[in-house]
Design a protein around this ligand. Structure first.
Ligand code: MRU
Length: 356
């Protein structure tokens, strides 16, 4: 990434600042997060969002609180970490990344604590380093996802021409530690000189597409056009879309995938138009403890996120509202799942991932 790349978080030992995505694209402001409570609030309020970024901000908020207020004794440290992780997991339920990070950190910590003579200071330091490594790994994973995804889409398109893709929600630098997942694939195609165009959906009701993805695409000077979600069918029919590529909040054992609401209808449309439909997701978004998508808990957001725009009510007063933030795309509609370890058919993912 260049020094000028967009960053969802700015981190240095003992200091974390989060780009407040509620203010984009009008204002670009970083806000300090000094404690786990603040990290959880930033996630719940969607100042930071996107499955990988949620886990990274959660874990780094723990790291900065520990760096600035280290517990003096191991039992106090263990209790603090356990309670903090529980709070962070509860902030948003659908994306699995924070839960997986918490499970891994707990396992790591239990192992470290058993080492003979391990001091509370050493344990604290190891947690901070663990959180810092999570961020580094995410950027690495995204670059690999970008390369694998671009290669697969080009192979599938089967020509030497540039390809046109359609994407949904925001899966870019703002949703991750950097580079992005589905938007990382778009970025890679562009870097290779093989992207003719990208269509990004507005992504109602929260407009992650028009506010955030459009912002990233303009920032990176990638040839792009914004459409409303309801224009996806006509875009696929009339604009020679070669592939749809989206992100994921949770991919379960049979390949069913939860992602931003509206993903499911895009997969149905892609099937109808004979367009390959790809999910780009790091293994940190995979949850093989759930057999099918039916078991995924779908977060429901407050009704005003649908009825109001920028604080102004646009929906008729008195109307009932259902606002699920995500939907589940059945595996049979997914052509391939692009991970940092390669591209898998949905039903081959569980056995295909070597490190998980
Ligand atoms: O509600 P959001 O904005 O957190 O939803 C984000 C998405 O659905 C993304 O597609 C997903 O988290 C992957 S981000 C790399």
């Amino acid at each position: 990434m260049s020094a000028m790349s967009l960053e969802s978080v700015r981190y240095g030992r003992g200091s974390l600042r989060v780009l407040n995505q509620l203010l984009l694209p009008q204002r670009s402001e970083y806000e300090p997060v000094t404690a786990v409570q603040e990290g959880a609030r930033a996630i719940r309020d969607m100042k930071v969002r996107g499955a990988p970024a949620i886990a990274i901000v959660g874990c780094l908020s723990l790291a900065v609180e520990l760096a600035n207020n280290p517990p003096c004794e191991t039992p106090a440290l263990m209790t603090f970490v356990r309670e903090s992780l529980d709070l962070l997991i509860g902030a948003r339920p659908t994306a699995v990344n924070m839960k997986k990070a918490a499970d891994e950190l707990n396992t790591f910590l239990a192992r470290e604590a058993e080492k003979p003579g391990c001091t509370v200071q050493e344990l604290t330091e190891s947690i901070i380093k663990w959180a810092e490594a999570l961020r580094e790994k995410d950027i690495d994973d995204n670059r690999k996802i970008g390369e694998f995804g671009a290669q697969r889409i080009l192979e599938n398109a089967g020509s030497t021409e540039a390809v046109c893709v359609l994407t949904h929600c925001n899966t870019g630098s703002l949703a991750t530690a950097g580079y992005g997942t589905a938007l990382g694939v778009v970025r890679s195609l562009h870097t290779l000189g093989r992207l003719s165009h990208v269509f990004c959906t507005e992504t109602r009701p929260y407009n992650q597409g028009s506010r955030l993805t459009a912002y990233e695409l303009v920032y990176e000077k990638i040839p792009a056009t914004l459409i409303t979600d309801s224009m996806a069918a006509v875009t696929m029919r009339e604009r020679r879309v070669s592939a749809v590529v989206v992100g994921a909040d949770r991919v379960v054992a049979n390949g069913d995938t939860a992602n931003k609401v509206g993903t499911y209808q895009l997969a149905i449309l892609a099937k109808h138009h004979g367009i390959p439909f790809y999910v780009a997701a790091p293994s940190t978004s995979c949850d093989f403890s759930l057999p099918t998508g039916a078991s995924i808990v779908i977060e429901e957001r407050p009704s005003n996120e649908l009825t109001d725009i920028n604080g102004t009510r646009v929906a008729a007063p008195g109307i009932g509202v259902w606002n699920p933030a995500f939907d589940v795309t059945p595996h049979e509609l997914i052509t391939g799942i692009i991970t940092e370890q390669g591209v898998f058919k949905p039903d081959e993912l569980k056995d295909g991932l070597t490190r998980f």
